[in-house]
Design a protein around this ligand. Structure first.
Ligand code: GDP
Length: 360
């Protein structure tokens, strides 16, 4: 920044959200639903598809959530959902020794209840100390359920028969009991006062959208209340991120899909990326974002951008990336000492190696 620049250098970034859960419990459907609702509710372009992530801005959340959210109560800019489901990616996706995700949604099928991968996910969330809420999904499959598309949970719950309500309650209390067996004190989200101490359970349907307003509201509220300080970043500073995936792209060679969680990366930056053997020092050749759907047929799937700021998902094309690793750090050098940045990346790689060994 120049001497004359009077902008406030710190800014609040979007919290990064991961969705976890047993296979088939509805992780993908839930993300699709959130994305779909946001597209329907939003002005064109309001929701942005990033590389490996979807950004849902606050005003869209507030439109979906209706009276549940007053945008004036929030100053965080929205939520960034990481698209890659699966625990393995979650455990390897770290930032500075913690989990890359600031917050998580654990999806549990209300009928199927706790399953092996639910327990694995809980274990990961516990070890990484990631705050989370439970989405008790597929409430529309409770026998006799009367669907009310996209409705807040209270409204649709009130509209069910006693018998249906009783069935849902039973499933929900079983999930709460299972969480308690695992050492997590949990309750239905509207009864939770302190989300740091208790896990909130939100009944939802990824199919009908019921409860999705509540889910977004709780995620937003939780972030705002407990994570605001962690979201304060130096936006203009050298970018820091984590590699989601290493991919070959026609015309660009090896690229790294990266979630940036601090600072800015520019298309002329020198970066250090964690590699299988040692840190890779390279110069960005292009920063790539997905091109809007309508333009894809004629041109490349990607469009080049000059810079991106955290939090966001971006594809970085650069030479020498063949040895880059998913989960490894990406750091912009800019005006810092190159050796110092290499040391930081090296230290982070050593952390990853220890964690991987512990997982056995
Ligand atoms: P994932 O493996 O956790 O990503 O699960 P998917 O999102 O692929 O969902 C698995 C199956 O459950 C698919 O057939 C979905 O259509 C279905 N499904 C997901 N959520 C719901 C829901 O809320 N209600 C109903 N009825 N089906 C759902």
């Amino acid at each position: 920044m120049s001497d004359t620049d009077t902008r406030d250098p710190t800014s609040l970034r979007t919290p990064i959200v991961a969705v976890l859960g047993h296979v088939d419990h509805g992780k993908t459907s839930l993300l699709d639903k959130i994305r779909g609702s946001a597209v329907i509710e939003g002005e064109a372009g309001a929701i942005t598809q990033h590389i490996g992530a979807t950004a849902v801005p606050l005003d869209i959340i507030s439109t979906i959530a209706g009276e549940l959210v007053d945008p004036d109560d929030f100053d965080l800019p929205g939520l960034l959902f990481i698209d890659t489901p699966g625990h393995h990616s979650f455990t390897t996706l770290r930032s500075r020794g913690g989990a890359l995700a600031d917050i998580a949604i654990l999806v549990v099928d209300v009928n199927d209840g706790f399953q092996p991968q639910t327990l694995e996910a809980l274990d990961i969330l516990r070890r990484s100390e990631t705050p989370f809420i439970v989405a008790a999904n597929k409430i529309d499959t409770v026998p006799g359920w009367n669907a009310n598309e996209d409705s807040p949970i209270n409204d649709t719950y009130e509209a069910q028969s006693d018998r249906v309500r009783g069935r849902l309650d039973e499933s929900l209390y079983e999930i709460i009991g299972n969480l308690s067996d695992e050492g997590f004190s949990a309750d239905l989200y509207w009864r939770v006062q302190n989300f740091q101490r208790n896990v909130g359970v939100v009944p939802v349907s990824a199919m009908t959208g019921e409860g999705v307003p509540d889910l977004l509201t709780v995620m937003m509220g939780l972030s705002q209340r407990y994570m605001k300080e962690e979201m304060e970043i130096d936006v203009a500073g050298p970018g820091v991120g984590t590699v989601l995936e290493v991919k070959e792209e026609k015309g660009f060679g090896t690229t790294v899909d990266t979630v940036l969680y601090d600072g800015t990366i520019r298309s002329d930056d020198r970066i250090v990326v964690g590699g299988q053997n040692e840190p890779i020092v390279t110069d960005v050749r292009a920063l790539l974002q997905p091109r809007p759907l309508a333009e894809i047929r004629t041109e490349s799937r990607f469009e080049k951008v000059d810079e991106v700021s955290a939090a966001s998902g971006i594809k970085v094309a650069a030479p020498e990336l063949a040895d880059a690793m998913a989960g490894a750090p990406v750091r912009v050098v800019r005006d810092r000492d190159l050796d110092a940045v290499i040391d930081e990346v090296q230290a982070e790689l050593a952390d990853i190696a220890v964690d991987t060994a512990e997982e056995g």
